[in-house]
Design a protein. Structure first.
Length: 330
């Protein structure tokens, strides 16, 4: 399944594991890379020391390439420097413009990716030297950059950027979705929700079980609900009691939402968790897990079983080949 994207990234299967802050482990990222895809470490909240530990651990587990994702809503200069010191080959930027950091990353020899939600932002990213565009559709889980569906977004972005490789993100959890993305002009796919059911993921067992039982109608796009710590950042989550209580209260703005000061959980790394905290329920989070932010895309309706990450990659690649072969008769 190799193509120009694979050649640029040094992979054999054009599947990129989405960052999934709070859920990804070095074991998960390495397993995806070892299977021929591209694993990604979301290290934008880590101290430079913690970042180095995570990168070195991943390097111990795989000889393949992997990416580090940096969220530009927050300062990332020190973390970028730490990545480049450790020869991280691929830097993935998200949210705000990364253009002040792009030259530094490219001068160090890194491939640079950036996530966008519309064609104009994609065009501007290419003008600023971005090597690969991640086009994220509205169906995606977690934090969502735009409001256009993947089906409409991918061809629009591809038309805007020409020969620059485009990775399709949002709503893709199996080979059917991957085949569709490729036929729309994408060179690869960015997969998050499916990997929440990987054996190596670090989320709470209740959260993972909810992924397996969530239907395509059971997630909700929210402009500013789970926003303590990251305001004005639209996102998609599994509907839960927090969403329901907020709706019953008339969807009030931050500052007037029901139970804002109530602690509903505890994390060994993040401390006490209020109801609207931006937090991924981890393996060791305690309390009312159901009330916390459980990020998931609409593709959750396609996720029915857990399995090792390498099997997710190889199964998706094999199914994609089968779908495309079937289409060749037309």
């Amino acid at each position: 399944m190799t193509n120009r994207l694979c050649e640029m990234l040094g992979i054999s299967i054009p599947i990129v594991q989405a960052p999934m802050g709070g859920a990804t482990t070095p074991e998960l990222a390495a397993a995806v890379s070892n299977a021929g895809g591209l694993g990604t470490l979301p290290l934008w909240t880590r101290t430079p020391s913690e970042l180095r530990q995570q990168v070195r651990r991943t390097q111990e587990l795989t000889s393949g390439p992997f990416a580090v994702n940096l969220n530009m809503e927050f300062p990332q200069e020190e973390r970028l420097d730490a990545c480049l010191e450790l020869d991280v080959p691929i830097i993935s930027f998200f949210w705000q413009d990364p253009y002040a950091l792009v030259p530094r990353a490219k001068e160090a020899g890194a491939i640079v990716m950036h996530t966008v939600g519309n064609a104009e932002d994609a065009r501007r990213a290419v003008d600023h030297g971005i090597d690969i565009i991640v086009a994220q559709g509205w169906e995606a889980g977690g934090h969502v950059r735009g409001t256009v569906s993947t089906m409409a977004l991918i061809p629009a972005v591809k038309d805007a950027v020409g020969d620059i490789p485009v990775i399709a993100a949002g709503g893709i959890a199996d080979g059917r979705g991957m085949a569709a993305a490729l036929t729309l002009g994408a060179s690869g796919v960015w997969v998050g929700t499916r990997f929440l059911a990987a054996d190596e993921v670090a989320i709470h067992p209740y959260y993972q079980q909810r992924i397996l039982t969530t239907g395509e109608n059971d997630t909700q796009y929210l402009e500013d609900l789970f926003c303590e710590g990251w305001p004005d950042a639209p996102h998609r989550v599994i509907r839960n009691s927090t969403v329901l209580q907020w709706e019953q209260a008339g969807r009030p703005k931050p500052g007037t939402r029901p139970g804002e000061s109530i602690f509903v959980g505890y994390s060994p790394t993040a401390g006490d968790l209020t109801r609207y905290r931006v937090h991924t329920p981890g393996r060791y989070t305690t309390g009312n897990i159901e009330a916390l932010s459980m990020w998931a895309g609409q593709s959750a309706g396609l996720v029915k079983e857990t399995m090792p990450a390498h099997k997710i990659v190889t199964n998706m690649a094999a199914e994609t080949k089968g779908v495309l072969k079937g289409l060749s008769q037309f």
